[in-house]
Design a protein around this ligand. Structure first.
Ligand SMILES: Nc1ncnc2c1ncn2[C@@H]1O[C@H](COP(=O)(O)OP(=O)(O)OP(=O)(O)O)[C@@H](O)[C@H]1O
Ligand SMILES: [Mg+2]
Length: 228
């Protein structure tokens, strides 16, 4: 991916109110996609208890065929951002519960991705969190919703409609619930690197939407108009 470097690093965080919704999944995939695009990436893992992203990068590092992803655990975003080094993109993975630190992360981020499932049990807290973030002064165009763990196309359409009626257009693409994704994680791979091409394509579509958001942010920060 060719992006102007003047406003680097871009800080992108993944947050959510629920556990297991796909935060670490997206964090890992975004880091891999950006690294494939020759961006220098650092993955900050603020889930100091689980350290899912750090453990995954350690597994990944044992494979000769996979690119290395630099992941490090920190107990606060302030500590993490002090140690990012010379990178283009910082991806921040966060714990599965909300805390004052979640809002610190959001404030420190250029873009915030909220993964959500498609049931009303998932969409309701996601929408509440979106409102809460906006109420703390975070502009709507910094908030991105990613539909994850999709089981049914009809439910996905309904979820898109639900979010749009609340004023939030979800990112294009979505991540279905598939065993292949879990297997990939077990081997230090990301959801764009499974052994199944259709799964990789599906994940890549969502990742392309995230990359477009990053590019839009960079262009806007550089004062370049983008119609996309
Ligand atoms: N689309 C999917 N299909 C199948 N398995 C998935 C999918 N997304 C995530 N998983 C698996 O579900 C589990 C939880 O996902 P993940 O770690 O991304 O969630 P999380 O939001 O980071 O959870 P936590 O809140 O505990 O940090 C992992 O084992 C992951 O491999
Ligand atoms: Mg996680």
């Amino acid at each position: 991916m060719s992006v102007p470097r003047a406003v680097m690093p871009v800080i992108l965080s993944i947050i959510g109110q629920k556990g297991g919704v796909g935060k670490s999944t997206l964090a890992r995939a975004i880091a891999v996609v950006a690294a494939q695009g020759e961006l220098r990436v650092k993955l900050l893992d603020l889930d100091i208890g689980q350290q899912t992203s750090v453990r995954w990068s350690t597994t990944r590092a044992t494979s000769r065929s996979l690119s290395k992803i630099d992941a490090q655990a920190f107990s606060s975003v302030a500590d993490g951002l002090k140690q990012i080094g010379d990178v283009d993109l910082v991806v921040i993975d966060t714990p599965g519960h909300l805390s004052p630190e979640t809002f610190e992360v959001a404030r420190a981020s250029d873009l915030i991705v909220l993964p959500t499932g498609t049931s009303s049990d998932d969409l309701h807290p996601t929408t509440l969190l979106l409102y809460e973030l906006e109420n703390t002064g975070i502009a709507r165009d910094r908030l991105c919703v990613a539909l994850c763990r999709i089981l049914d196309a009809k439910e996905e359409r309904w979820a898109r409609h639900y979010l749009e009626t609340t004023g939030y257009k979800p990112l294009g693409g979505s991540l279905p619930e598939r065993l292949g994704y879990r297997r990939a994680h077990n081997r230090g791979k990301s959801v764009i690197e499974t052994g199944e091409a259709p799964l990789n394509e599906r994940a890549n579509e969502l990742m392309a939407s995230v990359l477009r958001k990053i590019l839009q942010h960079v262009r806007a920060a550089n004062g370049v108009y983008s119609a996309h």
